[in-house]
Design a protein around this ligand. Structure first.
Ligand SMILES: NC(=O)c1ccc[n+]([C@@H]2O[C@H](COP(=O)([O-])OP(=O)(O)OC[C@H]3O[C@@H](n4cnc5c(N)ncnc54)[C@H](OP(=O)(O)O)[C@@H]3O)[C@@H](O)[C@H]2O)c1
Length: 241
């Protein structure tokens, strides 16, 4: 971590009430930033973290949540689009709703929040956008055609965003976690978990804090010249992409 004096920034993480999002919120709070998270399900949050209700599939609720955070902490300087869902099943069993609902949350949800955040960032002439993708986005995974498509889409989103707004002091990067120990992966059948583990060169799964530290760093001054990058945090699972 940089030891330079740090001006607290207004940081917002979507889906920050549990899992990777909560670990990211704690990392920014420990860094001295003013941290807010969105939640759908009311949860007890650690002291000092502001919770605002929002569903990323609903533009109106996003706008209300942003306004609440702006009133409390000032314009959002760091946005982490983390909210995500899976609806895994093989292609032939996947309904159109299984596909579009995952895209609506994971990809269109990210579009909605970066669009809302970019207004304030353009005015500030600085900002950091971090999109939480997945190793599945570029590596692929059976049963995840919907999820992989949504997560690969985030790469195009970050890169076009960078080409539009990179000259205004704003960066956008993608962090692509591998297998992280959260509710999302706990739901996977034991056989699937064993199969993943056998393919991870690091020989272990990761804790949410290992993703959070990378996100905090990519939003730091030290990483100010990195934009449009895909940063894997996957123990080597997806390397080569
Ligand atoms: N765990 C892994 O191994 C892994 C690997 C690669 C990528 N990722 C990605 O990392 C991110 C976080 O994953 P996780 O493992 O921490 O998942 P998780 O424990 O299942 O948490 C998901 C979070 O997203 C929120 N969310 C879901 N749909 C939402 C919506 N429509 N509007 C607002 N919030 C919504 C959830 O809110 P509620 O509590 O209200 O449901 C929750 O806070 C996801 O984008 C996931 O795809 C995870």
């Amino acid at each position: 971590m940089s030891t330079e004096a740090h001006t607290p920034r207004s940081v917002l993480i979507t889906g920050g009430n549990r899992g990777i999002g909560l670990a990211i919120a704690k990392a920014f709070a420990a860094n001295g930033d003013k941290v807010a998270v969105t939640y759908r399900t009311p949860t007890d949050l650690p002291e000092g973290i502001l919770g605002v209700q929002a569903d990323v599939t609903d533009e109106g609720s996003i706008d209300r949540a942003f306004s609440e955070v702006e009133a409390a902490h000032g314009p959002i300087e760091v946005l982490v689009a983390n909210a995500g869902i899976t609806k895994d099943t093989l292609l032939l069993r996947m309904s159109e709703d299984d596909f579009t609902s995952v895209l609506d949350t994971n990809l269109t949800g990210a579009f909605r929040v970066i669009k809302r955040a970019s207004k304030g960032m353009i005015r500030l002439r600085k900002g950091r956008v971090i999109l939480i993708s997945s190793v599945s986005g570029l590596y692929g995974a059976p049963g995840q055609i919907n999820y992989s498509a949504s997560k690969a889409g985030l790469v195009g989103l970050a890169r076009s965003f960078t080409r539009e707004l990179g000259g205004r002091g704003i960066t956008a990067n993608v962090v692509a976690p591998g297998f992280i120990k959260t509710d999302m992966t706990a739901e996977l059948p034991e056989e699937t978990q064993k199969d993943y583990l056998s393919r991870v060169p690091a020989g272990r799964f990761a804790e949410p804090e290992e993703v959070a530290d990378v996100v905090r760093w990519i939003a730091s001054d030290e990483a100010g010249y990195i934009s449009g990058a895909v940063i894997p945090v996957d123990g080597g699972l997806g390397m080569g992409h």
